[in-house]
Design a protein around this ligand. Sequence first.
Ligand code: CP
Ligand code: NVA
Length: 305
Amino acid sequence: MRHFLNLADAGPDAIAAMLADALDRKTARNGWPKGKPDADAPLSGHVLAMVFEKNSTRTRVSFDMAIRQLGGSSIVMDAGLMQLGRGESIADTARVLSGYVDAIMIRTDDHAKVEEMAHFASVPVINGLTDLSHPCQIMADLLTVIDAGKALPGLKVAWLGDGNNVLYSIVEAAGLMHFEVVAACPQGFQPDESVLAKGKGRARCVASPHEAVEGADVIVTDTWISMGQAHAETKLDAMMPYQVTEALMASAKNDAVFLHCLPAHRGEEVTAEVIDGPQSLIWAEAENRLHAQKSVLRWCFGQIG
Ligand code: CP
Ligand code: NVA
């Protein structure tokens, strides 16, 4: 059974194969109506159930469209309206859903819940974001970087701001795909050593945003307050020196690109000039969630790698 809980579950060869497949499929259906299935409809008849314990726009719609374009269909559920929301266990939910659908995607808080779902499900389980990680987002980010003409090995990726779940998956990707991550995070919001270790020597944390961005190929940031976290002015104050500005972008390579998983807060983690400027690839990045996740779904069903 193939579960996609973190990038390491697939490994570097399968990730490379998924990215190549995603690019091929994206190119092959260029200009088609979005609801028209791919010519080979490789997951015809398959149903994906999605369980959301947190808000979502991109993950919800991109997975729904991904399974449709692969020839299948989806059922989308808010956990609060399921018996899960009244205390039914993840284990029982996993066993019941496995009898109805062919794959489960879940977005939740505690990463242990996704692991429990995978343990008790008899169908593939996909992590649609936990407090620990966001592997589907980073599949889309890698696809965006490659589609912009940059080969992954040897790239310098600069992360600015909070040492959060999105950074975890970037660090993991660095270790697997052999690029460098330099994260500039304020004191108290740096990733744990155990997270940096996922980068297998290719990830480090610095205090200076300029040091992180110097000569970088890709600049990435994310919201300073993630879902489930309390709004704290003290955190926003600590983060302010790590805002991605045009001045900071000027320290990166001339052809550096800017990524943000969205939703964004202009004037907080990034200025409007940068996120809406010529180096920003955020709209391609958001669209690539769809293309990347189609390949993740195909990998889960043994069609790739
Ligand atoms: N980037 C991302 O996961 O967006 P949503 O929260 O809208 O799904
Ligand atoms: N770090 C953010 C990502 C949102 C897609 C969060 O967890 O809320």
